[in-house]
Write a protein that binds this ligand. Structure first.
Ligand SMILES: CC(C)(COP(=O)(O)OP(=O)(O)OC[C@H]1O[C@@H](n2cnc3c(N)ncnc32)[C@H](O)[C@@H]1OP(=O)(O)O)[C@@H](O)C(=O)NCCC(=O)NCCS
Length: 384
């Protein structure tokens, strides 16, 4: 069979594998500066937001473009809190799933089902679009917590509207009102993961929304993209590595084994950052603190040694997923749930991008260089 490179319009250019470095749109939401290691949401450096802000404030910033006044934030908070409840049909659906359900698959399916029970799911007015964005941000953590509790054989809890978004999330997961430190730890995780430019799941969300599909299809698709171990699923894999290593003294042999099989070091490398991921240090410090407080510093210590050796071996820095693994482990969150926590945060970025896409929409339809067979005659089945 002859293989030719045929033309699709316009004239073929060399394909950019993985679209790396391709500018696919203008966007005012986020700057990921891979050379300097800067992450900026709507003009604000992630370090300032991590230190001073809250997840609700970051959501407002991402969705509306500016920081809120105290009054605006209060209004926004209570509106977001109202959307914490999930439809009873969605809870029944989750209860019908096997107890050992994969959390990200359950979350993807739950979002899809939630769309079927939202009478406004297909509304396209600007007001309905903004409302559904808040609804999705508000309910995502309730869905994640419900999945977690059902997997533990426990009943999902009713959200508490008087707690902050992160406080309520921790309450729904653990069944007790969290301490200020626990709430702050979750808030930090949510702030740091909320947005990251044209990453794979956000791009997936933009592609789906650009067809003018509905909110729930968009977010179910984005969750599917986030689930992959090369993207959000990496944090779950990092914990598996730490557990496999088990002790600082085993780091060297582990690294050798992965190198020998040309394996991937999960939680290392990044498509954009050439220098340290600016989010990693915040998670590292919190992981260190919790390890000490709990008298179990080994998960932090294994991570630090693994970071050192991998960096030396492959010249790759750790990314956001690396220290989020030991940190969430200290917070009592099971590894399989880590990517769902990521989703409960990144929903804010997805929503900001979808609103931006719809504000000036154009269907996203790139081309490919055709490398299949040249046009040929159809052969009847009995002649093949
Ligand atoms: C994130 C990731 C997918 C980016 O991939 P990318 O854009 O192709 O990365 P680069 O262009 O910098 O890769 C250059 C080389 O380094 C290797 N490399 C990158 N990250 C690596 C890692 N974590 N472990 C081992 N090798 C790695 C690549 O395989 C590639 O080698 P090749 O040229 O022989 O194929 C990749 O670094 C990775 O798989 N990391 C582990 C998964 C992870 O942590 N994902 C979460 C990202 S936030």
């Amino acid at each position: 069979m002859t293989t030719v490179v045929a033309k699709e319009t316009p004239a073929p250019q060399a394909a950019v594998k993985g679209l790396k470095g391709v500018i696919a749109a203008d966007s005012a939401i986020c700057l990921v500066d891979g050379q300097e290691g800067r992450l900026i949401y709507r003009g604000y450096n992630i370090h300032d937001l991590a230190e001073h802000s809250t997840f609700e404030e970051v959501c407002y910033l991402l969705l509306k473009g500016d920081l809120p006044s105290a009054f605006q934030l209060e209004e926004f908070r209570s509106e977001l809190a109202e959307y914490r409840r999930i439809a009873p049909e969605v809870v029944s659906f989750l209860k019908s799933l096997p107890r050992d359900m994969l959390p990200m698959s359950a979350l993807r399916s739950a979002v899809s089902v939630a769309g079927l029970y939202d009478p406004q799911a297909e509304e396209t007015s600007a007001e309905a679009q903004s409302r559904t964005a808040l609804k999705l941000i508000g309910t995502m953590s309730t869905l994640v917590a419900a999945i977690h509790r059902l997997r533990q054989g426990q009943e999902p809890l009713e959200p508490k509207l008087d707690l902050s978004h992160s406080g309520n999330f921790m309450y729904l997961l653990n069944g007790r009102v969290p301490t200020a430190d626990e709430t702050r730890a979750m808030d930090l995780i949510l702030i740091l993961h909320a947005e990251h430019g044209f990453n794979a799941s956000t791009f997936a969300a933009r592609v789906i929304s650009a067809t003018l599909s509905d909110w729930y299809s968009v977010i179910a698709g984005a969750i599917g993209a986030l689930k992959g171990p090369l993207h959000g699923g990496a944090n779950t894999e990092v914990l598996k590595s730490l557990i496999e290593i088990g002790d600082v003294s085993n780091v060297g042999p582990y690294v050798e084994r992965v190198r020998a099989t040309k394996g991937n070091f999960m939680g290392f490398g990044h498509a954009v950052y050439q220098v340290e991921d600016p989010r990693a240090g915040h998670l590292k410090e919190l992981s260190r603190r919790l390890g000490l407080e709990q008298g179990k510093p080994q998960w932090y210590e294994i991570s630090v040694e693994l970071e050192r050796v991998v960096k030396e071996e492959i010249r790759k820095n750790c990314n956001v997923d690396f220290y989020s693994a030991s940190l969430q482990h200290y917070m009592g969150i099971p590894g399989e749930l880590f990517t769902c926590i990521f989703a409960a945060s990144r929903i804010a970025g997805w929503c900001a991008h979808v609103l931006e896409q719809w504000d000036d929409n154009k269907i996203i339809r790139p081309s490919s260089n055709y490398t299949g067979p040249a046009e040929r005659a159809y052969l009847a089945i009995e002649k093949r």
